[in-house]
Design a protein around this ligand. Structure first.
Ligand code: ADE
Ligand code: ZN
Length: 350
C-alpha cells in the first residue's frame, strides 16, 4: 500500500522540492530575468525604456493580462542573436534543475522575434541547442512548443507555420497565447487543422481571463490535447464534467493568476477545488521572471495558501507526467522514480 498520508506536514516543503516533476507551461521569454534583460541590452546595444534593473522590476505591477504582455514584449526586444536565445533558455534550465524538473515543454513566441527581423532559424536553433545541452548537463529532457500570437491574424499564424516548417524536427507542437479576450480559439481553426495534419501536438491558452466557451472551442474546434490555465472552467458545471470524464489536462499557474489579478489572493485560487473535482491539473510557472517565482515557488506558496497535502503533491506530480507529450516508456520510468521519491518521505514507526 502506498501511504502518502504517512508523510508528516513538516516534511511537505522538502517533498515539494525533491519530487521529480514536469513543467508544461513556461513561456521561455517569460523566464528573462531583469538582470539578463539588461545584460543582453548592453551586449546588443538595444536601448530600453527603463533606467535600471530596479526601475524595470518596479514596473512589474500588473493589473491584468494585457498590462503584463506590454512589458513582456518590451523585455523580449533584447533578443537578437542565436546565443541570446540559448542563454535565456540555459538560465531557465539552471533554475528548473534546482526544482527537480526532469521534463520541460517550453513555449516560445516566434512572431515576437520575426516581426523585429530576427530570422526563425536564429530563434529555433538557439533554443533547440539549449534543450539538447540541458539533457547532457542536467539530465533534463526538454522540448519546444511553438505558440501563435492570438492578437495577430490567422494569416500571420499560417505564415509563421510555413517559416517554421524547415525546423519541424526541432519542435513537438503548437500553442496559442497572448491577449485572450476578443480572440477566441476558433479564429485559428485553419492553422490548427493544418498543424494536426502535420502530426504536431496541439495546446491552447483558454479560460485564463476568457470565458468557459473559449475552453469548449479550444477542445471542439481546435482539437487541443491540453488547456493552458483553464481556471474559468469552474464556472461551467457541464464543462467540468467533460474535463474530468475525458481527463483533459489543465496546466495551471497560480502565481501568474495572482499577479494578473485573476484571483485576489492565493487563498482564493481554485486549484484545490479542481483537484477535489478530479480534474487532471498540473502546476506550472507561466512567466517566472515576471510573476515572482519558478515552479518550486509555485508549489510551496500554493500549498501553504491552500493547505494542500502530500497526497495532492503526489497527484500533481503524477498528472504532470500523465499530461506530458512523451513515450509511455519514458512516462512509466518517471512515475516509478516519483513513487520512490515520495516513499522515501514516509515516516516509519520502527
Ligand atoms: N504569453 C506569456 N504569458 C502569457 C499568459 N499568461 N497568457 C497569455 N499569453 C501569454
Ligand atoms: Zn501562459
Amino acid at each position: 500500500m502506498f501511504k502518502v498520508h504517512a508523510i508528516p506536514a513538516k516534511r511537505l516543503p522538502a517533498l515539494l522540492k525533491a519530487m521529480p516533476k514536469a513543467e508544461l507551461h513556461i513561456h521561455i521569454e517569460g523566464s528573462l530575468e531583469p538582470e539578463l534583460i539588461f545584460a543582453l541590452a548592453q551586449r546588443n546595444q538595444v536601448s530600453l525604456p527603463y533606467a535600471s534593473v530596479d526601475a524595470l522590476r518596479a514596473a512589474y505591477a500588473f493589473t491584468n493580462l494585457q498590462s503584463f504582455l506590454d512589458i513582456y514584449y518590451a523585455g523580449a526586444s533584447v533578443l537578437l542573436h542565436e546565443q541570446d536565445f540559448y542563454d535565456m533558455a540555459w538560465a531557465y534550465f539552471e533554475r528548473a534543475a534546482a526544482d527537480h524538473v526532469v521534463h520541460a515543454e517550453l513555449f516560445f513566441d516566434p512572431q515576437t522575434h520575426t516581426e523585429r527581423g530576427v530570422p526563425m532559424q536564429t530563434v529555433v536553433h538557439g533554443l533547440y541547442r539549449a534543450c539538447q545541452d540541458a539533457r547532457t548537463h542536467w539530465g533534463i529532457d526538454a522540448s519546444l512548443i511553438l505558440c501563435f500570437l492570438r492578437h495577430l491574424s490567422e494569416e500571420a499564424a499560417l505564415e509563421t507555420l510555413e517559416q517554421a516548417l524547415p525546423f519541424r524536427d526541432c519542435f513537438i507542437g503548437v500553442g496559442l497565447d497572448s491577449s485572450e479576450v476578443g480572440h477566441p480559439p476558433e479564429k485559428f481553426a485553419r492553422v490548427f487543422a493544418r498543424c494536426k495534419e502535420l502530426g504536431l501536438h496541439l495546446v491552447a491558452h483558454a479560460g485564463e481571463e476568457g470565458p468557459p466557451s473559449y475552453i469548449w472551442s479550444a477542445l471542439d474546434v481546435l482539437g487541443v490535447q491540453r488547456i493552458d490555465h483553464g481556471v474559468q472552467a469552474l464556472k461551467d458545471e457541464r464543462l467540468m464534467h467533460r474535463l474530468v470524464a475525458e481527463r483533459v489536462p489543465l496546466t495551471v499557474c497560480p502565481l501568474s493568476n495572482l499577479k494578473l489579478r485573476v484571483f485576489d489572493t492565493l487563498a482564493d485560487h481554485n486549484l484545490g477545488k479542481m483537484l477535489d473535482a478530479g480534474v487532471c491539473v498540473t502546476l506550472n510557472s507561466d512567466d517566472p521572471a515576471y510573476f515572482g517565482g519558478y515552479i518550486g515557488d509555485n508549489f510551496v506558496q500554493t500549498f501553504e495558501a491552500l493547505n494542500l497535502t502530500a497526497q495532492q503533491a503526489y497527484v500533481l506530480a503524477r498528472n504532470s507526467f500523465e499530461a506530458s507529450f512523451v513515450s509511455t516508456q519514458q512516462r512509466e520510468k518517471w512515475l516509478h522514480e516519483l513513487k520512490l521519491c515520495v516513499e522515501s518521505f514516509v515516516e516509519h514507526d520502527d
